[in-house]
Design a protein around this ligand. Structure first.
Ligand code: GLY
Length: 573
């Protein structure tokens, strides 16, 4: 085992710093196009969870739009055709890279708590969390950010008007779209809650029942809302008749939104998390996402190991031990950076990673209970991701969400949109499990105007030879799925491989490796158990990853759409 130890690589520190600086230089030069002849992809790649959204993005590119206009078309179309996963009643992170000057930022349009929200808002008289209120119905909803984010993208980065880029979504909301396998499957889980809200049941069900695959859903009220936005920009959503319908609907059904809450919503631009891993710069989501910090921390711990050349059991063990430590830190330190001090520099530093690595035994699992800290974790489950590279080399990695499938299931009458249940990404009570047995604590407690901690991890990998755009939905597992995709990219594989990979996950608590059924052979499971790991193999697949890559050496642009759900589509043209 000795050959895998960082300490056995003399001079690593200085050498790493030198290589990083040299590579950063190369990357910067190449991002301005000076080193790589004709450094433009010439083709555009879009990969999303729905063929209608991918096609909408290309439609807008063909009208002269860039990746950012296409991102508006894809986001708004997903908000119509994939109500299981995201919507204009929810929020989003768009990580963007502008080719002309290499500028990168993350547009944070995460939902935020309304003014009347408070720490104990989901507790009953005995101090127990009322799980129903926390996830079902209007009290579960944070103030939506997606429309503000779309306007921000159009105004600051797009070439076309917001109204132009919204047209495909408006058209599809009016004309209708067919129910797909994912909609059908997720409705099986949420139908009883949907039935509690007549406006939602009327448009999302078929005669009050789960619609079959192929059934056409039309959302004329949602088309009207999008038209208001097309006419008046974000003001058409956050004030005026749409806002009045939202507030009236929410309050009549027991929620606490006000017109002032909607008017107070603002988009924030956040500096991405950056770190070098091998020859590539990781550029990823900062807080209020936990994803970027956790991925950077895991990669920093793994960096000295020849991770992709190790035997499968040892490779899995080391990755799992890095995951375990990063998820411990996620639980302790992470929250909305506008409300809590998040020690990002420490958590993403090599010094810190060196310390974590020193605590890993190469032959034994570290019981989570032996690590200092609180066993507190938190997540959501349904979300969507898309990846875009345009012909000029602009890139967008976007992850959007309403949290659980169909969000809170509550639809304010006359709006056609589902209110998110993102408030459940806060911790409703310190140490108390959320819907999925996961718990959170003080850094992530509810406060007015605060944004709940997210796991959404839209990510770029930037090298002198290749650029990758990657992300996925999947609640707390988003981080580890993106990590495995990054390691596959580093191995030299294409997006189709990253998105198809069998997945495994460890999140500190519960202290177990969970894995998709095709991830490990029986011998590998036995090997991991012999090291002290508990391994739980699950029947259901997870995630819905969509990635894109530009190979600057060959000039090729490729994309991949997760085969787990058939509606996903990657198109390069
Ligand atoms: N609601 C999923 C997330 O933000 O992580």
């Amino acid at each position: 085992m000795g050959e895998i130890q960082a300490a056995d690589r003399p001079g690593r520190g200085l050498k790493t710093i030198f290589i990083r600086q040299a590579l950063l230089c190369l990357v910067l030069i190449s991002s301005s196009g000076a080193l790589i002849a004709g450094a433009k992809p010439g083709k555009a790649a879009i990969a999303s969870a729905h063929y209608l959204a991918t096609e909408a993005g290309h439609e807008i590119l063909e009208q002269g739009g860039n990746a950012f206009d296409a991102a508006i078309a894809v986001s708004s179309t997903l908000a119509v055709v994939e109500p299981t996963s995201s919507g204009i009643g929810g929020g989003a992170f768009w990580l963007i890279h502008r080719a002309s000057d290499g500028f990168q930022t993350m547009i944070d349009a995460r939902e935020q708590a309304p003014a009347a929200a408070h720490k104990d808002m989901y507790l009953d008289e005995e101090g127990n969390v009322n799980r129903d209120l926390a996830v079902n119905g209007p009290l579960a909803g944070g103030i939506p950010g997606e429309i503000a984010g779309l306007e921000h993208l159009a105004k600051n980065y797009g070439r076309l008007s917001l109204a132009t880029s919204l047209q495909p979504a408006i058209r599809i909301a009016r004309e209708g779209f067919p129910v797909d396998e994912k909609y059908h499957a997720m409705m099986g889980w949420r139908i009883d809650t949907i039935k509690r809200w007549p406006a939602a049941a009327e448009v999302l069900l078929a005669d009050g029942e789960k619609p079959p695959v192929g059934h056409i859903i039309k959302l004329p009220d949602l088309a009207w809302v999008l038209e208001q936005v097309a006419e008046r920009g974000a003001e058409g959503f956050y004030s005026g008749p749409v806002a009045e319908r939202l507030v009236k609907g929410v309050r009549e059904a027991g929620g606490i939104w006000t017109m002032e809450d909607l008017a107070a919503y603002v988009v924030k631009e956040r500096d991405p998390i950056r770190t070098m891993y091998g020859d590539y710069e990781l550029v990823t989501a900062p807080p209020p996402s936990s994803g970027g910090v956790a991925i950077a921390e895991i990669l920093n711990v793994l960096e000295p190991y020849p991770i992709n050349d190790l035997a499968p059991v040892l490779r899995t063990h080391l990755i799992v031990e890095a995951m375990r430590r990063a998820y411990r830190d996620r639980a302790i330190y992470l929250g909305d950076p506008d409300f809590v001090e998040v020690p990002v520099e420490m958590l993403t530093s090599q010094y810190y990673a060196d310390g974590l690595r020193a605590s890993i035994r190469p032959d034994r699992a570290t019981p989570s209970s032996m690590l200092a800290g609180n066993d507190q974790i938190q997540e959501g489950t349904d979300t969507t991701h898309f990846s875009i590279i345009d012909a000029d080399g602009n890139m967008v990695a976007a992850t959007l969400t309403v949290n659980l499938p169909f969000g809170s299931a509550f639809m304010p009458p006359g709006t056609g949109l589902l209110v998110n249940n993102e408030m459940d990404d806060f911790s409703a009570k310190e140490g108390e499990p959320n819907a999925f047995g996961l718990i959170g604590f003080q850094a992530n407690e509810i406060k007015p105007f605060k944004r709940p901690l997210s796991s959404m991890s839209p990510t770029f990998m930037i090298g002198a030879d290749k650029r990758a755009v990657i992300g996925t939905p999947g609640g707390g597992r988003i981080i580890t799925m993106v990590l495995l995709g990054i390691l596959d990219f580093i191995k030299g594989n294409e997006p189709e491989s990253w998105v198809s990979l069998p997945r495994f996950h460890h999140q500190y608590v519960p202290d177990q490796i969970s894995a998709e059924s095709n991830t490990f052979s029986p011998e590998q499971v036995e090997g991991l158990r012999a090291m002290g790991h508990e391994v739980e193999v699950r029947d259901r697949p997870w995630g819905n990853m969509h990635g894109a890559m530009w190979n600057l050496e060959t000039g090729e642009v490729t994309a991949g759409s997760d085969p787990r759900w058939p509606s996903g589509r990657a198109i390069v043209k």
